[in-house]
Each structure stands twice: as C-alpha cells, then as structure tokens.
Ligand binder design. Structure first.
Ligand code: CDP
Length: 214
C-alpha cells in the first residue's frame, strides 16, 4: 500500500467511538488520534490560565501550542474540560489551526484512525472509510453513568442525560463544522450492540475498503 490508509470515525458524546477507534487502530496497525483531546487541550489551557472561553485570540494561541504527542487523557478527560471543549470548539479560527495539525497527522504512513465530530466531513473528506457511530441519548447516558460508577465516582443519570442532550445540540447546531454524518459514511447505531459487535461490524466495512484499495 503506497498512500496512507485513513479511517474517519465521527459521532456524538459517549457513542463509543473512542473505544472503537482504538481497537481499529490496533487491528489494522494504524496510528490513532482522538481529536476531541486536542479541543480539550485548548479548553484546559484557557481554564488553567483563568482566561475566558469566549476569547478567540487566546484560544487560537493555545491551539497553536497543542502538541498531539503530549496530550494526557487523565488530565483532559474531566467533565468540566469536556464541557469547556464544546464551547471553545465553536471558534472557526481555533478549528482551522487544529484541523491543519490533524491533517498532518493523517498524512503520515501507514495511515491513521481519527475520531471526532468533523473527520469525515472536513478534516479527511477523502478518507478510505468513514464511520458514523451513534446511539440513542438514553443509551449513551446510561453507558456514561455506569462508567462513572464503576470508577468509584458519583453521578445522577438525569443530569448526565441533560448534559448529553445539551452537548448534542451545541455540536450539531454550530455554524462551523457541525456534527453530521458525511454523505458517504457508514452508519453504525450501537444502541442495541455490544462493543464487540460494533467492532466486528466496523471490521467488515474496513476489510471491504482494504480489498478495494489493494
Ligand atoms: O468524549 P466526548 O464525546 O465527551 O468528547 P470529545 O470527543 O473529547 O470532544 C469534546 C468536544 O470537543 C466535543 O463536544 C466537540 O464540541 C469538540 N470536538 C469538535 O468540535 N471536533 C472534533 N473533531 C472533536 C471534538
């Protein structure tokens, strides 16, 4: 294979796209980038410096500083940072800076799995495979709720559901690069599916694309 092989995975919060993407990257020997972490890194930088999330110039500065090799999921995966990330990601100038870096990542051989909100539509419109992973808001809220309890935390299901619905509305309703399936994406509704079943369904799609490319 000469040109890099790229798999674009998009979907809403808690759809399971992160787990799926990591497994696909391992299975096919590709690099993996969780692009949500790059928006989270910008939000975290602003929060740490006590700067406003609405300050586009400062957010662009922070975006330029983001180093994909140094993204720490432990620091960045808090609820507060996720909410802030969804607010800084509406700034078009922030998106431009991060999208360029994400494209550079995707261009390196042997290729990569990128997951996010706009990978199939904006970042890698020529991706070899595009998956749109989703599940009903209730199922996603239930998954996140169980995950928090499993890790020993406390959370209320109703509050998580409200949060997911608010985040969906913001991510799908923004003017620049809203979350939506690319026209040529494969829809994977995981509402009634285990992680294993979703993984196997995705592999079947990837295998077909690999067969066509080779
Ligand atoms: O894991 P979770 O779905 O909670 O969030 P994430 O994937 O880490 O993304 C956090 C926020 O960053 C999302 O709510 C989006 O607003 C934004 N984001 C984006 O705009 N574009 C991307 N390619 C990835 C994330």
């Amino acid at each position: 294979m000469t040109t890099p092989f790229v798999i674009a995975v998009d979907g809403p919060a808690a759809s399971g796209k992160g787990t799926l993407s990591r497994r696909l990257a391992t299975q096919y020997g590709l690099r993996h980038l969780d692009t949500g972490l790059s928006y989270r890194a910008v939000a975290h930088a602003l929060l740490s410096a006590d700067l406003s999330l609405e300050d586009e110039a400062q957010a662009v500065e922070a975006a330029r500083e983001v180093d994909f090799a140094g993204l720490d999921p432990l620091v960045l995966s808090t609820h507060e940072v996720g909410e802030a990330a969804s607010r800084v990601s509406v700034h078009p100038a922030v998106r431009r800076v991060l999208v360029e870096k994400q494209r550079d990542f995707a261009r390196v051989a042997p290729g990569a799995v990128l997951d996010g909100r706009d990978i199939g539509t904006v970042v890698c419109p020529d991706a070899d495979v595009k998956l749109y992973v989703t599940a009903s808001p209730q199922v996603r809220a239930g998954r996140r709720h169980r995950e928090i309890l499993r890790l020993g935390g406390q959370a209320e299901y109703g509050a998580i559901l409200a949060d997911i619905e608010r985040r969906d509305a913001r991510d799908m309703g923004r003017a620049d690069s809203p979350l939506r399936p690319a026209a040529d994406s494969h829809l994977l509704d995981t509402s009634g599916m285990s992680i294993e079943a979703a993984f196997l369904a995705a592999c079947a799609i990837v295998d077909e694309a690999l067969g066509a490319k080779n």
